[in-house]
Structure formats: C-alpha cells, structure tokens
Design a binder for this molecule. Sequence first.
Ligand code: UDP
Ligand code: MG
Length: 316
Amino acid sequence: MKDILYIVVPCYNEEEVLPETSRRLKEKLDSLMAAGTISEKSRILFVNDGSKDKTWPLIEGLHAQDPVFSGVDLSRNRGHQNALLAGLMTARDKCDMAISMDADLQDDVDAVDAMVDKYYAGCDIVYGVRSSRKKDTFFKRFTAEGFYRVMNFLGAETVFNHADYRLMSKRALEGLAEFKEVNLFLRGIVPMIGYTAGTVEYERGERFAGESKYPLKKMLSFAMEGITSLSTKPIRFITGLGFLIFLISIIMLITFVVKWALGMTVAGWASVICSVWAIGGLILLSLGVIGEYIGKIYLETKARPRFLIREVLDDE
Ligand code: UDP
Ligand code: MG
C-alpha cells in the first residue's frame, strides 16, 4: 500500500514563510516515505497565486534543488479558493490523495500522519478540525462561531471549525471537478461530494510570519459569498416576512375599523410615517437580498475560467 500523496499549498506573497514551510513539509514527506507509508512519487505542490514578491522564484529554486517540490504558477491573483482548486485539479491526475494546507504553518503539519492513516482506513475525505480557538482574538472567535451557526441554520452543511486543511482521495477530487460553479466556497461544496468522511483534530497555531491575507472586509465578503452560494433560504425568509407584515396590517385595519365604529378617533400621522419607512426599508432590504442572487446568476452564467495556469513544474 504505497499511494501517492500531494500536499497542495496556495501561496500569495509568502516569501517570508516559504523556506520554513518547505523545510517542514519535506521533513514530513521524507519520514512518511521512509516508513513506506506513501509512494516516493509524492510531492509538495506550491501554487503561486499571482504573488508580487519573490514567492515564485523561491518555488522555482526549490524545484530545481529537489524534485519533491512542484509548482503551479497562476496567470494572476485569483484568491485563496481558486488557487487551491488550481492546485487540487493539477494534483488530481497525478496523485491518489491530496492534502490542502495553508502556507503559513497555521495548520499543524503533524496532523498529516493521522489524515493519511484515515485515508488508508477507507476515508475519501478527512477534515482537519481545530480542537480549540484559544489563540484567536475574541472578535474572530465570535464572528467565526456566528458564521457556522448561520450556515447551519440556513441548511448549508459545513463542518464546524474546519477551514481548508483536509485530505481528499482521487475519487473525491474527481467529484470536486464536477462542481463547475465559478463562485467557489470549497468548505461548503466538499461535504456535498459525499463518500466516507472522517475528521482529525489539530491545534491551529499562529501565522509563522507575514500578515494575514484575510482582512475583515475580505472575511465578511467571503462569509456572504458562502451563504448566498450555498443556500437560497434568505429569499424564502423574505416571503415569510412579507406574509407576516401583511398579517399585521390586516390586524391593524380591523382594530381601526372597530375603533371607528365605536366612535373613537384614530390618531396620528406619526404611525403612518413610521410604517411607510419601515415597509420601505424592508422592501429595499428584500430587493438587496434578491439582487445578491441575481448578481450571482449573472456571474455564473458567464462561466468565466476560475484560474489560468502559466506554468507547471512537476517531475514525474
Ligand atoms: N492565499 C492565496 N491567495 C490569496 C490570499 C491568500 O493563495 O489571494 C493563501 C495564503 O498564501 C495562505 C492561505 O491562502 O496560504 C490562507 O491565507 P491567510 O493565512 O492569509 O489567511 P488566514 O489564515 O489569516 O485566514
Ligand atoms: Mg493563515
């Protein structure tokens, strides 16, 4: 049993962490190869996501020194999810299993052994799950937790505290290739693939060096994309909301008619203004939500390529 493992690492301006990451990953792969757990053809595949620093020359250098390092150079920056997909799709033809991992060593490299064990035990997908969020700021923990809650409430199946550290078998990768959506939210799509899944817990560390490429604004838009690409429930809520408001207005109408019949005066322009504003606001909000989905349809129908590859460095 010696299957080929590819570790896929998307990199955007990661020159500061690459030397250490490559060293640690090679160490891991060497030990697995020496133990006879994985094939000698296993590789560490760095995907350069249009970095502006020396990331790609570094990857070229690593590849020239040691064939265990492979590289994919994208035509430009396409974002984490697309870069990851480019790597996984490149690895698909060459590997039996692929592990996706961040470049900044936040994902514990030592969890690889357990993932590979689960793969041999019959799992097609193994999710890396954070055992705790102790190292996160309160704000990040709070927003992350809220996000998973909302996702589950909306009926999108996501694995709690799992980001993009996971193992996928060739079969699962082939399944992933069938999902053609331009707007990619991998951690929502992967559970849809099915097959046998397992989880491995790991302690998520701090970024080894450099800065997070996910500032708050990007994080929020990522969350929004995730929700609208996985669930249409918000549209249904609007229908419910409209129905509720209609009911309330009927009750109001009946009350006023009764009051009028009893000879009481029905007071106030203030209530009229309030309801006009309230309804106006709700209508705009609803249009906005529907607009999000229409925008999504617009982008999906164009079916633009999710990534373009400039160069692949990989020795068979
Ligand atoms: N990344 C990428 N393209 C981008 C942004 C990020 O390939 O446009 C990579 C980045 O190099 C890293 C991973 O995605 O390997 C996760 O990014 P980061 O660690 O900055 O995110 P955080 O851990 O702060 O959420
Ligand atoms: Mg990180």
